[in-house]
Design a protein around this ligand. Structure first.
Ligand code: 5GP
Ligand code: MN
Length: 327
């Protein structure tokens, strides 16, 4: 240990641990996205090929509709099997702290935790922390492990991994789309990753309620700070009016961010008894730091938080946090 945090684990250390353990639980964060699920499923599928026992855990009741096409997605559950061995390794994918896994997680000792992530603010909560902030997705961290383990990347595994990349690069549009990312993606397509299916399932295939909700949220959009900031909200009434649910809010923040002249966009998701905030930046303002001021986190250009209080309080608090970061 150096200071308070264990040092980042090397690829060899993680591979040795994966080889040693016999049972695994892949853990996704709440409101799972293509990276947390794709990374966990890819590693789980690979470990199963090595004869290991693998379970997939997420706190939410079901896998988001647009990710159910991934192999093994039907095995993801919020129930931990009663006969799970005590030395099973819990592999957390794509989260900076264990709280992101939700409240239904059983108590775990650090020695049984492997933390695989690409968030800058990762708290190094595992015995091993494979945290690579330069990677575009947690899935590409997994890809490096699979390479080192010499396990064949099947088309199913490749599709899971390409999903992590396409999710976290916004379909190769975000600034984290480096030449290396494109090379890794080409390699995955060479292994049989179905890019067209990912495009169809995640980027096309919109439900009408989602588009109606987008319209409602854009209608409520408010510019501030001389047009450099835009915010909007979605509440229970808007969801009901559009026959939409939380999964249908995904696209809204990207549209807000794409407004000309806007440096930072915020979406306040005030439904189901809580207020979740999504923040996106064009690169001038660090929204990870802004979210961290309010107990959240994420990346420089994409972050989120849960706010305790009313919607007007959330709007004021986020405004103040962004101003403190230079908005
Ligand atoms: P989203 O707006 O899509 O929910 O989240 C954007 C980014 O912020 C993701 O990288 C996600 O992991 C991170 N993020 C969202 N909510 C939280 C949170 O409550 N805590 C932390 N630490 N990160 C979050
Ligand atoms: Mn990610």
């Amino acid at each position: 240990m150096i200071g308070e945090k264990p040092v980042a684990a090397t690829t060899d250390e993680v591979v040795a641990e994966l080889r040693k353990r016999k049972a695994f639980v892949m853990v996704s964060h709440v409101k799972p996205d293509g990276d947390t699920l794709g990374a966990g499923l890819a590693l789980g599928l690979a470990l199963k090929r090595l004869g290991k026992r693998v379970h997939y855990f997420q706190a939410d009741d079901s896998v988001p509709r647009n990710l159910r096409f991934l192999a093994d997605a039907d095995l993801v559950s919020n129930v931990v099997p009663a006969d799970l061995p005590a030395d099973a390794l819990w592999v957390f994918c794509d989260m900076s702290d264990t709280a992101r896994a939700g409240e239904s997680l059983p108590p775990l000792s650090r020695e049984n935790i492997l933390d695989i992530d690409h968030h800058l603010g990762n708290s190094h909560f595992g015995a091993l922390n494979y945290v690579l902030p330069r990677e575009c997705s947690t899935g590409t961290c997994v890809m490096h492990l699979l390479r080192a383990m010499n396990v064949p990347v099947t088309p199913e595994i490749a599709t899971c991994l390409l999903t992590t990349i396409m999710t976290d690069t916004g379909g190769f549009m975000h600034s984290n789309t480096t030449p290396e990312v494109l090379l890794l993606s080409a390699e995955l397509m060479g292994s049989g990753a179905d890019k067209d299916q990912i495009t169809e399932e995640i980027f096309a295939n919109k439900r009408l309620p989602a588009l109606k909700l987008l319209g409602r949220a854009l209608n409520e959009a408010t510019l501030g700070h001389d047009g450099r900031y835009v915010w909007s909200y979605v509440d229970d009434a808007m969801l009901a009016e559009c026959h939409a649910d939380g999964e249908d809010t995904e696209e809204i923040i990207g549209h807000l961010r794409s407004i000309e002249g806007v440096d930072v966009a915020a979406l306040f998701k005030a439904y189901d008894g809580e207020i979740r905030v999504s923040l996106r930046s064009n690169g001038r303002i660090n929204v990870q730091s802004a979210a961290a001021r309010l107990g959240g986190g994420g990346h420089f250009r994409a972050s989120g938080l849960t706010f305790e209080g009313s919607l007007p309080e959330a709007i004021a608090a986020v405004d103040a946090a962004l101003v403190a970061e230079g908005l």
